[in-house]
Ligand binder design. Sequence first.
Ligand SMILES: N[C@@H](CCC(=O)N[C@@H](CS)C(=O)NCC(=O)O)C(=O)O
Length: 204
Amino acid sequence: MKKILETKTAPNPRRVRIFLAEKGIEIPYEDLDLMKGALKTPEFTKINPFQRVPVLILDDGTAISETVAICRYAEEIKPDPPLFGKGALGKAQVEMWNRRMELGLLASVAQAFRHLHPAMAQLEVPQVKEWGEANKPKALEVLAFVDQELSHRPYIAGNDYSVADITALVAIDFMRVARIQRSPDLKNLDRWYNEVSARPSAKA
Ligand SMILES: N[C@@H](CCC(=O)N[C@@H](CS)C(=O)NCC(=O)O)C(=O)O
């Protein structure tokens, strides 16, 4: 693995940084400022026609984009610690929860941010404020559900820390930027949040 193209402040690149930190994989990161058009250049568009970060560049120049694809590549080349689950059932449970956290939680937070934050007006065209507002309660509903689940197990997908915890942590931290406030009554979620935020990888 040669390098990762990212934007340091953006949530999806952070998912990859945390994942690789948990794996103990060190790799150079190249910061591209997405707010200044760095993903819209012909050069970057050739690397990722969808003009999004993160992108993993392999030694032979192959470019892999999509956060989960990059994490899966890392899991294959360094299986320990397993972050996509163990065995048929464990892997299915991590997949189920990671998809819920990605499609249910992170996507809703991202839609609220992209459609409401003034700084995103240039990237999210058209910006539909009603859609942004509609996504806030969707994110909060998922959190209330996760809080109940965390009353009977330590981590989102089971007894072990996994990629689902990384996705949820990044989504919850991104809620601050998206100006979505979570209820102070989610005590199981708070317990989990404090624990996963204290892992050294959370600072990656
Ligand atoms: N499905 C992609 C989403 C990547 C994505 O949306 N990245 C954001 C940063 S978190 C981005 O590049 N935004 C640039 C833009 O909206 O123009 C993934 O999982 O990696």
